[in-house]
Structures are given as C-alpha cells and as structure tokens.
Ligand binder design. Structure first.
Ligand code: ACO
Length: 331
C-alpha cells in the first residue's frame, strides 16, 4: 500500500493595511532607513491597528480566505493548529479563538509555541495527524501581532518586526506529494538571548515589570544572529544531504524572514542562487510565525506540481529546523 503523506492543497495569507515605513521609524527612534535596509533588508512592515484586534483576527482572515480558495466550509476542518508567539491571551489557545471566529465548529484546536520556528513545528505536527490516517483536513495557521510586544522606543528591536498571518490546508495524498521530511531542533540555553522577561509564571505582570518595560521583546541581536546563520544554514544543508537532494533538485528555499543576511548565508550553504529564494522581508519585516506561509501565498502562482521546496527557520528558544515539501498542485 502507498504511504499516505500530508499534501499542502491550499495556501493563504493576510496582512493588515497599515504600513510602518523606515521613514516613519526615523521619526520615532534614533535610526535611519539606510541602517535598517543595510543590516536587515527591511523597508516597511504592516501593523494591526484597531481596539481589541488581536493575533486571532489576523489568523481568522487567513483561514477564511483559505477555505474560500479550496471551496470548503470551515465546518469541514477537523484540526486547526495555530503557531504564535503573541497569543490573544495566556489561555485559552488562540487556535480555539480562530476556530470560533471562522465557524470551524467541528475542529479541535491547539497552539504551538516555538517562536519564529513555530510554523515549521506546527506543519510537521499537523502532517503526522494526516499520515496517521485519522484526519483528512488539517489547517496550520502561523500568526503574530508582533506590534503588541514591541517596544517602539527600542531601536534595536522595533525596526525588525511586523504583523501578519498565513495558513495552509493539509490533506492526505497517496502519490508522494506533501511534507516528506523534517528536521526540528531546539536548545533552551539560548533563551537568555531572546525572550520576553515578564508576563509568564516566572515573573507575573506587576507595576514593577511594567515600569521596567519587561513585557516587550528582549533580544541580544549579535549572538542570535550568529546562532541563526550557522544553524539555519546547517539544518538546510542537512535535510538536503539526508534526502540526497542536490542544489539543482531544489526549486525553492522558503526561509524565515528575520534578516536578509541570514537568508543569503543559508542559500549560499545550500548552493542555491537567490532567484530560487522567496524573499518578502522588505515589505513585511519579521512577522515571526507568519513569514513562511506568507511567502508560499505570495509565490503560489510560480509553484509547480513536483517542485521540491525547503522551508527553513530559526527563532527564540532557540528553535530551528527545515522541512522538505514536494508541492502537490499547479502546472
Ligand atoms: N538604527 C541604528 N543603529 C542601531 C539600530 C537601529 N535601528 N539598532 C542597533 N543599532 C546600533 C547598536 O546600538 C550598535 O551601536 P554601537 O556599535 O554604538 O553599540 C550598532 O548599531 C550595531 O548593533 P548590532 O546589534 O551589533 O547590529 P547587528 O549588525 O548585529 O544587527 C540585528 C542587529 C539586525 C538585530 C542582527 O543582530 C540580527 O538580525 N539578529 C538576529 C535576529 C534574528 O534572527 N532573530 C531570530 C528570530 S526572531 C524570534 O524568534 C522572535
């Protein structure tokens, strides 16, 4: 009997309309458009504005579009996994809230937290539910309202992040398409370099934590950069070697969009030219869990059935990994 794999059968994305440009940031902190572009590749990012609007609203828009594109009712979704670093609340899971907002009444749902690697962790997890044969329609949503945890007086972090969401639908396939392999890694010792200091059980919210601005992203950029360059490049090369994929066999690299210099290093290590690399960091910045599905959504028309695609990410934790996908539709 042919093995059942989890094929991506639809992809969608959603970014809010409000733009925060490098020029806007020049008026807010001591920075320049030139510094931001040369160090990161970012020109502008999207910000979700509106009282009470949250990560689940970004995710819900992406899921509604996904269902419309595939021509299915949200009631057909059996499992919805949301990867996010900015949940609407500490609990319940943002996935539960998205399911409610889109009317996915028959889905069970939960969140995955792996910072910027969350989408590939969730994709790998979701694919196992399909491979088991128990579920036929699994939605993976990557969504973050990063602007809710960014200190817009800290020039080292506020230039990097934006808001956005993307989603994919997984369905069973018996012809060898879909999520074919993944290598996922984590190292909690890296937490000291990238974290949110307060608001969890270690340091619950208090007047003191608010005064100390400890509910925002803290990042020691240089060590994170070094670990990201090495690990994202190594794991991408490793998944190619493990599956005997040569550079010419790979149609696309879909890298997490944290910094263009990290992406360049990964592509070089894989032996890929930059025309095979999906890159939209200049328009959206780092949307954390949104980056990879947003790329797939924007490049969907260029993808062909049988394309070998490598997804790669690195993020807080540290967490990192790579996934090999054989694209299941298109000419
Ligand atoms: N504008 C102008 N100057 C700045 C800015 C800014 N926005 N930010 C920092 N600087 C200054 C610093 O103060 C420093 O000045 P100094 O030399 O006088 O002390 C100088 O620029 C260099 O700072 P570095 O931090 O060394 O700059 P670097 O070249 O490392 O770039 C960056 C910083 C872009 C953050 C980089 O380190 C990076 O990309 N790190 C990795 C990010 C990443 O991959 N994160 C993981 C995913 S995110 C997640 O998981 C949530």
């Amino acid at each position: 009997m042919t093995k059942t794999t989890a094929a991506i059968t639809a992809v969608s994305g959603w970014v809010p309309p409000d733009i925060l440009s490098n020029k806007d940031l020049e008026k807010m902190v001591d920075t320049t458009d030139e510094w931001i572009q040369s160090r990161t590749g970012i020109k502008e990012r999207r910000i979700l504005k509106g009282e009470g609007l949250a990560t689940s609203d970004l995710g819900a828009e992406a899921v509604k579009l996904l269902c419309k594109k595939r021509g299915i009712s949200p009631e057909e979704i059996e499992l919805l996994i949301c990867s996010t670093a900015t949940p609407d609340m500490m609990f319940p899971a943002t996935a539960n809230i998205i399911s409610d907002k889109v009317g996915a009444k028959n889905a069970f749902s939960f969140d995955i937290m792996a910072a910027c690697s969350g989408f590939i962790y969730a994709l790998t997890t979701g694919s196992k539910y399909i491979e088991s044969g128990q579920y036929k329609k699994v939605v993976i949503v990557g969504a973050d309202k990063m602007s809710s945890i960014i200190d817009y007086t800290d020039r080292a972090t506020c230039v990097l992040f934006g808001d956005g969401a993307g989603a994919v639908l997984l369905e069973p396939n018996n012809e060898g398409y879909g999520v074919l392999d993944s290598i996922l890694r984590s190292d909690g010792a890296g937490r000291v370099f990238l974290h949110q200091k307060a608001g969890g059980s270690a340091k619950p919210a208090s007047h003191k934590t608010i005064d100390a601005r400890e509910h925002f992203v803290f990042q020691d950029g240089q060590p994170v950069f070094k670990f990201a360059v090495t690990n994202m490049a190594d794991v991408s090369a490793e998944i190619m070697e493990k599956n005997k994929l040569r550079a010419e066999d790979v149609s696309w690299l879909v890298p997490h969009q944290a910094n263009k210099r990290i992406i360049d290093a990964t592509a070089r290590r894989m032996g890929l030219s930059m025309d095979k690399v999906m890159l939209n960091i200049e328009r959206y910045g780092n949307t954390t869990n949104g980056t990879i599905p947003l790329c797939l959504w924007e490049w969907e028309n260029k993808l062909h059935k049988r394309d070998n695609i490598i997804l790669a990410a690195f993020g807080g934790g540290f967490t990192w990994g790579a996934v090999w996908v054989k694209w299941a539709y298109g000419k």
